[in-house]
Design a protein around this ligand. Structure first.
Ligand code: AMP
Length: 282
C-alpha cells in the first residue's frame, strides 16, 4: 500500500518511523503520472530501501500566463499507478501546507538557471529550486531522482545541492519516450490530434543533429542548422530555442569538445509548450 501523507506532520511522523539505516529515495512530481515518472520510481527502488513520491503542482514555478489552472490533476489514477509501482509513500500536500501565506524566503540559482527555459520563463527555476529544497528538508531523503527530460532543472538542482551543501544525492533518470519518439510529458494531453502527429519531429530534429555528430560534425552552428532544418517546413511548430550547450554549465558552445554537449529545444505546438533534449558524446 502507498501511504498517502497530506500534511507535514504526517510526513514527519512517517519519516521518523522508518527503520534506522533505511535508505530513502524521493521522486518529486507534479502528478499526471506517466511511464517517465514511473521509470524514476523504479530507478529509486534500485538505489533505496524506501521510496516516497511527491505530487504538488507548485504555483511558484508557473508564470502568470502559464497553465497552472488547467494543469491535469488525475489524482486517483496517479495513486493507483504509485501503488502498482510499489511506492511506499506519497506526499500530497495542499498549497497552504507548503507555503505559509506570508512566505518570503526563496532559493535563487544565478547561473545555470539563466539561459534556455530560464530566459523565457522568468521565476520558473526560483520556484523549482525553492520547492525542491523544501521537499528535501521535509522528507530528508538520501537520494532524489529527476528526469533528464528536464535537463536544465537537473543542472539547477545539482548546482543548488552543491552550493548549499544539501546532503542529498541527485540521480538523473533517462528520458522515456512514446513509440514514435515523442518525449513523455504530462502536457502531451493538451495536444490536438494533428499536433500530436507532428510532435515527434522535435525528437527527429535532435536525432538529425545526433547523426551528424556521429558522422564527425563538431561545429555547433552546423549541428543547429541541421536540426532546425527538420522543423523549418512545419508551420505548426514554433521553435523557441534549439541550442547546443555545455552539459553541466549550459554555457553556449562554438564547437563540441571532448565533454560532448547537450542539445536542448523548446517549441510551441499551438498553445502547448514542449521541451526535449539529447546528450551527445561521453
Ligand atoms: P513533472 O511532474 O513534469 O514535474 O516531472 C516530475 C519528474 O519526472 C521530473 O524529474 C521530470 O524530469 C521527470 N520526467 C518527466 N517526463 C519524463 C520522461 N519522459 N522521462 C523521464 N523522466 C521524466
Amino acid at each position: 500500500m502507498t501511504k498517502v501523507l497530506r500534511t507535514i506532520s504526517e510526513l514527519r511522523a512517517w519519516r521518523n518511523g522508518l527503520p534506522a539505516g533505511a535508505r530513502l529515495g524521493l521522486v518529486p512530481t507534479m502528478g499526471a503520472l506517466h511511464a517517465g515518472h514511473i521509470s524514476l520510481m523504479e530507478l529509486a527502488r534500485t538505489h533505496c530501501d524506501m521510496v516516497i513520491a511527491s505530487i504538488f503542482v507548485n504555483p511558484l514555478q508557473f508564470g502568470p500566463q502559464e497553465d497552472l489552472a488547467r494543469y491535469p490533476r488525475p489524482i486517483e489514477k496517479d495513486i493507483a499507478m504509485l501503488e502498482a509501482a510499489g511506492v511506499d509513500a506519497l506526499f500530497l500536500p495542499e498549497h497552504t501546507e507548503v507555503y505559509p501565506p506570508d512566505n518570503s524566503t526563496y532559493v535563487v540559482e544565478e547561473a545555470v538557471s539563466l539561459p534556455l527555459c530560464g530566459a523565457l520563463r522568468p521565476g520558473h527555476f526560483r520556484g523549482v529550486a525553492t520547492v525542491v529544497l523544501k521537499l528535501f528538508n521535509l522528507t530528508q531523503p538520501h537520494f532524489a531522482f529527476f528526469g533528464q527530460k528536464d535537463a536544465q532543472q537537473c543542472a539547477v538542482i545539482e548546482r543548488m545541492v552543491r552550493d548549499l551543501n544539501v546532503p542529498v544525492e541527485i540521480v538523473r533518470g533517462a528520458i522515456v519516450r512514446e513509440e514514435d519518439g515523442l518525449a513523455m510529458s504530462s502536457r502531451n494531453v493538451y495536444l490536438e490530434p494533428v499536433q500530436r502527429l507532428i510532435a515527434p519531429l522535435l525528437y527527429q530534429s535532435l536525432l538529425a543533429a545526433s547523426a551528424a555528430y556521429e558522422a564527425g560534425e563538431r561545429d555547433a552552428g552546423k549541428l543547429e542548422a541541421i536540426g532546425r532544418a527538420v522543423l523549418a517546413d512545419e508551420p505548426g511548430i514554433n521553435v523557441q530555442y534549439w541550442e547546443v550547450r555545455d552539459r553541466r554549465s549550459l554555457a553556449p558552445l562554438q564547437a563540441v569538445g571532448a565533454d560532448g554537449c547537450l542539445i536542448a529545444l523548446a517549441a510551441y505546438l499551438g498553445k502547448t509548450r514542449l521541451i526535449d533534449n539529447i546528450a551527445l558524446g561521453t
